[in-house]
Design a protein around this ligand. Sequence first.
Ligand SMILES: Nc1nc2c(ncn2[C@@H]2O[C@H](COP(=O)(O)OP(=O)(O)OP(=O)(O)O)[C@@H](O)[C@H]2O)c(=O)[nH]1
Length: 398
Amino acid sequence: MLVTSIKRWLAPPVFEGAEEKTRQASLINMVCITSLAFTLAVMVGALMGGKTPVSTLIIDLVACAVTLQFRHWLRSGRVVLARFGMVIFGLVFITAVTADIGTIRTPTAAILLFWVLMTGLIFDRRGIVIGTIAASMAVLGLIVAENAGWLRPPFYDVGVTQWVTFTALFGFTSGLTYYINQGTKSALALARKEIEQRKQAEQSLKAANEELHLRVFEVQRLQVELHEQAIHDPLTGLYNRRYLSDALAREIIQAKRANSSLTFVMADIDHFKFVNDSYGHLAGDEVLVQVASLLKKHARGSDIACRYGGEEFLLVFPGTSLELAHKRAEEIQQNCAALSIQHEGKNIAVMLSFGVAAYPDHGQQWEQIIVKADKALYQSKCNGRNQVTIFRDEEFPT
Ligand SMILES: Nc1nc2c(ncn2[C@@H]2O[C@H](COP(=O)(O)OP(=O)(O)OP(=O)(O)O)[C@@H](O)[C@H]2O)c(=O)[nH]1
């Protein structure tokens, strides 16, 4: 209980959110406590020695009282006042005691060294410079006063006072050094810990960032995949109708700009219902896949091959004349007829009918041209299937 109370009384004040103020207060508190302990020890020594003048004891008592006042200021948050008071009073006190004893040769004069040390601790490098100059001036003044005989006849005798003073000086010096060393060590340990924590935080952040990049990449990949799925027919892998509107509008613009033709070839499997009915739906699917593969094989890099409907396909040939498109369609027609599609040991014969129309011959809009290619395809169907028909206005009057 008593120990706790003493510890609490000795503890420096803590100012929430003001780190530097707390540090300064801790330092000044430490100097106050050690000064207090030091002065009390010297007073005990002086009383035991029995030769110290009463005036010196009075100065010591005043020093203790003033130091307690500094602590009071410190605890009530007036750190700057305590700081300056401590430094100024310290110099006055040491000089006054030395002068009172009557000689610069007393151990009290040596305490100026600690005053410089304390000033340095409180005011950093500037404190050491100012402290050294002030202590030097005080010593010089005392030497001048002593030589001029202004000091009262020296009362100085080696005895208990000196023993206590020097012992206290040693203890104070080593205590202070230990305290500073400990403070530096714990500050370093704290800094190291903070660096470690920051490193760990950076690493976690880096890992999270990489994870995020991976996710973004994955999302982008999925978006591309989704887009690809959206514009492709899942069975044949050809483009689907959704893809056409944008692509054909673009192709028409390019053909216009290049002043070239853009040919549309509509292809339809003949009697496909019969295939489904005779061999089953799966066989029909297989036929669709094989025909799509054939169309893909005949499509050049810039061509578009699309599954337009159930068993209907659209081929778009940029920069290709009607005649050339007709020729290419016939090639496909012949290659398709030559296909041997096997399903469950049965050979399925497949034939295609075609209708051909082109920009600009048959219209300015792709929708118009598709209608005309479809009409030409219908003509092929009517004419017996397995053939290619180019749209002619005279045959399909609007
Ligand atoms: N297996 C399969 N059949 C399909 C698919 N899409 C449409 N069909 C079928 O394709 C057939 C098309 O029949 P129709 O429109 O009468 O045409 P067709 O029998 O080819 O006759 P023509 O075109 O006049 O030669 C229908 O039986 C549809 O069920 C598909 O994805 N898979």
